[in-house]
Design a protein around this ligand. Structure first.
Ligand code: 5AD
Ligand code: SF4
Length: 442
C-alpha cells in the first residue's frame, strides 16, 4: 500500500471532507503521520481569514524541495483556497499536481488516476448550483472514535460582507434527512456516542427544500437514534435562531446544553455594515429567552475586531456585550480583507496596531470571564463523555461536559467511550480538572 499524508486547516467542515477523501482512497493508500514518507500529500485549505491562507502557502511552499528530491510524490491542494485561487495556485506553487475545490474533493480518486497516468496538473474548481455531496460512510474500524461530525448542509446564502465562504463553498443546500439519519446510524454502529451536526448556518436547514423537516425536527429525529448519547450542532446564525430550536435545546436530554452563536460585533452600526441582519437588542433578547427556557445552557461566540470603520465607541459596544452575555468561551479575530467579500472595498480600514490592541483587550476581558465561569464549577459534579487519554498528559483522561467544557481527570483504566461523573477540583485556562466518581452510562 502507498502512503498518504493529509494536513487539514480550518473548520470542522474541512475535517469532515478530509475524512471522506481518506475513505475514498482506502484501497490504495494508508494514512501516514510523517510527511517525508508519504507518496501523496494532501493539504486541505481554509481561506476564511488571511492568516489561514498564509499558513497554506507557507506549508505548500516548503514542499518544493521535497518534490525536487522525489518528483514522484503527488501534491494536492484542496478546499477553500483551492476554490478561491484555482489556476493561480500553480503560478505561485508550480510543484502542485492537483487543485480541487470543496465540491470536487469527492472526485479525488478519478483526478488522482489521471495524475498517476502522467496527466498533470489537474485543476477542478467547478461549482454547480445544487451540488450535493455523495453519501460516503467513513471507515472507522480500528480507530473507534467516541465522537464524529456529520454535515447536514453545505454552502451559505448569507453573504456577510466580510466573508468568503459563500464564494468558496457555494449556495446553501441541505442534505436529505434520510441520508443524515443513515450516516448517524452507521456511526453509532461503529461505536460513536456523540455526533456534531455541521453547517454554515444550521438554523436554516431545509428551508429551501420542499418537504424537509425544520432543523429542530431533524435534531429530535437524530436524538431518537438508539445508542446515540449526545448531539451537538454548529454553527447557528442569530437571525435564524427560532423559539422551536430553543425549546428543543431545553427539552431534549440528548441535545447538549451548548450553543455557539456568533455575534461578531456589539455595535448596531457595524452589524449593519457586516450585513448580519440583527441588532444588538435582538441578539440579547434571544439570549435572554434561551436562558429562561434553558438556564444551564453555555454560550460561545465569534467576534471580529477592527472591521472597516469600527470606532472606539463601536469597539466598546463589543466589550460591553461580552460583559453582558458572559460567554463560556469566545473565538476572536482581527478583521482581514478577503477576496470577493464586499467589505474589502469599504473605506476606513483600521490600522494593524489598533486591531492588535483591540484583540488584546478582548482576550483580557474574556480570560477573566472564562476563569470566573470555570471557577464556579469547583466542588460540583459533572457528567463527562470520555474521549480518551489527554494529549497533554497521558496519565489523565479527557472528555467534555454537555456544556462543552473540557475536563481532564484521573481515573481507572477502560473509561474511553463511557459517560462518567467527575468531581471538579481545579481549573486551568481552557479546561477543568477533576476526580473520577462513577460510571453513569444511560
Ligand atoms: N476577517 C476576520 N474574521 C473573519 N471571520 C470570517 N471572515 C473574517 C474576516 N474576513 C471570522 C468570523 C466567523 C469565523 C469563522 O471567522 O468571526 O464567524
Ligand atoms: Fe460567512 Fe456569514 Fe455565511 Fe457565516 S453566515 S459562513 S459568516 S457569510
Amino acid at each position: 500500500m502507498k502512503k498518504v499524508f493529509i494536513r487539514t486547516f480550518g473548520c470542522q467542515m474541512n475535517e469532515y471532507d478530509s475524512e471522506r477523501i481518506l475513505t475514498l482512497l482506502k484501497d490504495q493508500y494508508v494514512s501516514c503521520p510523517e510527511l517525508n514518507e508519504a507518496d501523496l500529500i494532501i493539504v486541505n485549505t481554509c481561506s476564511v481569514r488571511e492568516k489561514a491562507e498564509q499558513k497554506v502557502y507557507s506549508l505548500v511552499g516548503r514542499l518544493k524541495h521535497l518534490k525536487r528530491r522525489r518528483p514522484e510524490v503527488i501534491i494536492a491542494v484542496v478546499g477553500c483556497v483551492a476554490q478561491q485561487e484555482g489556476e493561480r495556485i500553480l503560478k505561485r506553487l508550480p510543484h502542485v499536481d492537483l487543485v480541487l475545490g470543496p465540491q470536487a474533493v469527492y472526485r479525488f480518486p478519478e483526478h488522482l488516476a489521471k495524475v498517476l497516468a502522467g496527466e498533470r496538473p489537474i485543476v477542478d474548481v467547478t461549482m454547480v448550483k445544487n451540488f450535493r455531496q455523495p453519501l460516503i460512510f467513513p471507515e472507522l474500524d480500528g480507530t473507534r472514535p467516541v465522537k464524529a461530525f456529520v454535515t447536514i448542509m453545505q454552502g451559505c446564502d448569507n453573504f456577510c460582507s466580510y466573508c468568503v465562504v459563500p464564494y468558496t463553498r457555494g449556495r446553501e443546500i441541505s442534505r436529505p434527512p434520510e441520508e443524515i439519519l443513515a450516516e448517524v446510524e452507521h456511526l453509532v454502529r461503529c461505536g460513536v456516542r456523540e455526533v456534531t451536526l455541521l453547517g454554515q448556518n444550521v438554523n436554516s436547514y431545509g428551508r429551501k427544500e420542499k418537504g424537509f423537516p425544520t432543523f429542530a425536527e431533524l435534531l429530535r429525529e437524530v436524538a431518537s437514534i438508539p445508542g446515540l448519547w449526545r448531539v451537538r450542532f454548529t454553527t447557528s446564525h442569530p437571525k435564524d435562531l427560532t423559539e422551536e430550536l430553543m425549546r428543543c435545546l431545553a427539552e431534549e436530554p440528548k441535545v447538549c446544553k451548548h450553543l455557539h452563536l456568533p455575534v461578531q460585533s456589539g455595535s448596531d452600526r457595524i452589524l449593519k455594515r457586516m450585513n448580519r441582519r440583527y441588532t444588538r437588542a435582538e441578539y440579547l433578547n434571544k439570549v435572554a429567552k434561551l436562558r429562561t427556557l434553558c438556564p444551564e445552557i453555555a454560550l460561545t461566540t465569534d467576534v471580529i475586531v477592527g472591521f472597516p470603520g469600527e470606532t472606539e465607541e463601536d469597539f466598546k459596544a463589543t466589550l460591553s456585550l461580552l460583559e453582558e452575555v458572559r460567554y463560556a468561551e469566545i473565538f476572536s479575530f482581527k478583521y482581514s480583507d478577503r477576496p470577493l467579500a464586499r467589505s474589502r472595498l469599504f473605506k476606513e480600514k483600521i490600522p494593524e496596531e489598533i486591531k492588535a490592541q483591540r484583540l488584546a483587550k478582548v482576550h483580557e476581558l474574556q480570560a477573566r470571564i472564562t476563569r470566573e465561569i470555570n471557577e464556579s464549577f469547583i466542588g460540583k459534579e459533572v457528567e463527562v463523555l470520555v474521549e480518551g487519554r489527554s494529549p497533554g498528559n497521558p496519565l489523565l483522561w479527557t472528555g467534555r461536559t454537555t456544556t462543552n467544557h473540557v475536563v481532564n481527570f484521573e481515573g481507572p483504566e477502560g473509561l474511553k467511550g463511557l459517560l462518567v461523573c467527575v468531581l471538579i477540583e481545579d481549573t486551568g485556562q481552557h479546561s477543568l480538572r477533576g476526580r473520577f466518581k462513577e460510571i453513569v452510562n444511560p
